[in-house]
Design a protein around this ligand. Structure first.
Ligand code: GDP
Ligand code: MN
Length: 396
């Protein structure tokens, strides 16, 4: 589950990570109130207005702007709220902005120039250890840094039994070229960040940029936080931060029906029981020259109600030109699934795309007879390849 920047920053702050302070606003007037409040507390008077959407590269798309007085806060917030923000990480239509973060300007002049660093915390699946990746080249595309100047990216792997050791935090500060107050600040920042990552069961933290202010404070100016959805049951407060408006609406609906559904770009809808078989089915569709429109695992109990719910979800995708149902009857008997398919089909009236059903396992022959004699426009298959070939035939 992804968090908005402002939610991620609040999470970090609750673990003692210094952040660029800000207040979220839904309207231009709320933005002005927020800016006034921030000015009372810190007194700089300048603010950045930041679109809150689940996508990076907002700055490049015009979703992050500096306001030098309250009139500008109102004007810019008014422009950004409601816009469709297009960034290198969104689709061409962009993402609708529902709210903005009003943040204090932290790039104020002082003894030193502000400096931007990159820092992320993530799992290295190769070694089975968490790692901190960081670079002096912050504020820009880390992919580009990795491509052009890979020697400027450092990693620190953390032993899960020991946790982040103090010498590791110091090494991060050293490699970033820091000294004095900023060095100490960075070691505190890194250890608080790592604690936050572990304690919140996150799967990714990306802070780009981490800022060294002109007066040597180290703080998170941006935050991308991904939490492990499978661990949310033990973080009820964090689970509530989910913003469904940022997610694919068909996936949200499928999730509420208890179906594991992932929307894809192809035109062959798939209805399968079991995640492994669903992956294999997608592979076979591709191998036979097609493109899966989705991943869909209906789970163990493929009864009429679930099959019907799954049909409806698949058909919401206008790209679907054929549906392949591939069910292995182990615990669930194939004839019951076949009856479920027939009942669901009849309940739904007309389905305008061809359907290919492959049922294999317990009572597969009875199931095939049921389908073949149903009088419905449904093709049956017994073999995996045969099913994929039939999909190609109906699409041709
Ligand atoms: P992203 O473009 O979605 O990654 O959004 P960021 O939160 O990283 O902001 C983009 C850029 O806005 C940063 O790299 C900064 O250069 C700039 N920025 C963010 N906060 C401030 C601020 O307080 N003052 C100024 N002048 N620039 C800021
Ligand atoms: Mn950023």
């Amino acid at each position: 589950m992804n968090l908005h920047e402002y939610q991620g920053k609040e999470l970090l702050s609750s673990f003692g990570v210094r952040i660029q302070r800000g207040i979220v606003a839904q309207t231009a007037d709320e933005a002005v109130t927020a800016a006034k409040k921030l000015t009372e507390e810190t007194g700089t008077g300048w603010h950045v207005i930041k679109a809150q959407v689940h996508a990076g590269g907002r700055g490049k798309g015009g979703g992050v702007k500096l306001a030098k007085n309250l009139d500008e806060v109102k004007e810019i917030a008014g422009q950004i709220i409601g816009m469709n923000l297009v960034t290198p990480q969104t689709s061409a239509e962009g993402k609708k902005v529902h709210q903005v973060l009003i943040a204090e300007d932290v790039y104020y002049p002082g003894d030193n120039e502000p400096e931007e660093y990159y820092m992320s915390v993530l799992l290295n699946r190769g070694t089975g250890k968490n790692m901190i990746m960081y670079s002096t080249e912050g504020g820009m595309d880390i992919e580009q840094v990795a491509e052009e100047t890979p020697h400027l990216i450092f990693t620190e792997e953390i032993d899960p039994a020991l946790g982040l050791m103090p010498f590791q935090a110091r090494r991060v500060a050293f490699n970033l070229g820091l000294s004095g107050v900023a060095f100490k600040e960075m070691t505190k920042f890194v250890s608080a960040l790592y604690t936050a990552y572990v304690k919140s069961d996150a799967s990714l933290f990306e802070i780009n940029p981490v800022l060294k202010t002109s007066d040597d404070k180290i703080m998170a100016v941006d935050s991308k936080v991904t939490l492990d959805s499978n661990a949310l049951f033990r973080h009820k407060d964090l689970a509530e931060l989910r913003d469904k408006r940022e997610e694919n609406p068909i996936e949200v609906e499928a999730g509420e029906l208890g179906l594991n559904y992932v929307d894809l770009d192809g035109n062959v809808g798939c209805m399968v029981n079991g995640a492994g078989l669903a992956m294999a089915t997608m592979d076979l569709i591709k191998h036979s020259g097609g493109e899966p429109a989705n991943f869909l695992d209906v789970g163990g109990t493929a009864d009429a109600a679930r099959v019907e719910a799954a049909f409806k979800i698949i058909l919401k995708d206008p790209n679907v030109k054929a549906i392949l149902i591939n069910i292995f009857g182990g615990i669930v008997r194939c004839d019951r699934v076949a009856q479920g398919v027939i009942d669901a089909y009849k309940n739904m009236g007309t389905i305008n795309v061809p359907i290919i059903v492959r049922l294999q396992g317990t009572n597969a022959d009875i199931a095939k007879d049921l389908i073949d004699n149903s009088g419905l426009d449904v093709l049956s298959a017994t073999e995996f390849q045969e099913a994929a070939d039939k999909v190609q035939e109906v699409l041709a």
